[in-house]
Design a protein around this ligand. Sequence first.
Ligand SMILES: Cc1cc2nc3c(=O)[nH]c(=O)nc-3n(C[C@H](O)[C@H](O)[C@H](O)COP(=O)(O)OP(=O)(O)OC[C@H]3O[C@@H](n4cnc5c(N)ncnc54)[C@H](O)[C@@H]3O)c2cc1C
Length: 410
Amino acid sequence: MDFTIPEETQEIIKGLKQFIEKVVLPLEKENHELLYNERNYYTEDGRHHPKVEELRKIVRMESAKAGYYTMFGAEELGGEQLGPMTALLVQEAINISYPFNKLVDPIVIPSPFTNGLSPILTGLKEELKERYLDGIRSGEKTLCFGLTEPDAGSDVWSIKTNAVKEGNEWVINGSKQWITNAAHADYCMLFAVTNPELKAQRKGGITCFFVETSTEGFSVDSVIPVMGELGGEACIISIDNLRIPDENVIGEVDKGFSIAINGINTGRLGMSGKCIGSAQWALKKAVEYAEIRKTFGKPIKEHQMIQAMLAESAMDIYAARNMALNCAWKIESSKKQPRKEISMVKAFCTEMMGRVYDRAMQIHGGVGISNELGLEQGYRLARIVRIPDGTSEIHRRTIAKSLLSGDLTF
Ligand SMILES: Cc1cc2nc3c(=O)[nH]c(=O)nc-3n(C[C@H](O)[C@H](O)[C@H](O)COP(=O)(O)OP(=O)(O)OC[C@H]3O[C@@H](n4cnc5c(N)ncnc54)[C@H](O)[C@@H]3O)c2cc1C
């Protein structure tokens, strides 16, 4: 086996870092007080300040011009369709160097649910592709992914939002919760029940619709503030007699759930790459601090309990990185989604990030919990990522189901 990072990928990472240094970081510097002071970053209702949205748009559009924004999108949507291995290595590299830069992630490279060339868009009718894709590809317009509801999270088959056909239109009613970017998105990929009998048997009956968020009947009620923040990106949506033309069905009627899974799996591997990169950043900080901080007359790096924490984090990162690379290789070589492995990678990498940040904070003592180093920010993020894209428990359920149905391969 050859674990060398391909030259092409190394070139992409090098170019991407140059782009971030030349285009994104100067913008951040100019707008530091807006971006790094929560009271300026969010408005009273928890949404991004309009100027923050303006900056995010500038970065998206510059990234699209430079070719980074669309590099993982499907070719049929006008993307470069670079594979999961490249995606993983690129996400790792960005998060080692720029783990919490406000305009870097997920702006330069979009999250596949929210922005850019989501794999779900491959199911759009040709006419709609012509109408909408240019704006999405250029970064001018953004999306959101509307599946979760107040009474349906892990158990997505419990969604109640329903769509009824009237002539050439669908009339949709219901509500959605935890929808990232909904407050700012131009379009929503909205999931609704179209055949309750099929849904009750968990065999289908859910359809995905492409919705312009400015359409009457679609409204964002509020933004949910998340851990330690004055605002957030996840929103609560009301859908009240929303009328959507039949041509806006994505893929086939009643088969929306398989479309959702397609997008979710791509996101899970990308999220793992971010955790692996960010954990390396935290470990480096811990090593550097252990060299300079002295207690009992010697640097703390000489205390064996500190050494053990560093070593445990290294073992965690090495295991996570190699399992993620192996999973990406499996996807690329088999061309099918290894569900058990994707679940193992998502659960392990997100949990690993929490352990590494926890140890890095402990090694820093009191400074570790100050909000000046970025460690507490990473710790909060690590706590959050164990919930979206499938909770740790749901991934364990998927893994166990595969094992118990006879898949004991590794
Ligand atoms: C920051 C953030 C962003 C999000 N963005 C989006 C988005 O853009 N679009 C979208 O559609 N959704 C989004 N979500 C929703 C996310 O997918 C759900 O929160 C997630 O699926 C869990 O659902 P829930 O919160 O309703 O928890 P529940 O499903 O109610 O779970 C509660 C607890 O029970 C456990 N549990 C549930 N079932 C089982 C079981 N069978 N066995 C063992 N334990 C179980 C869970 O693991 C959890 O610990 C986002 C969530 C967050 C936090």
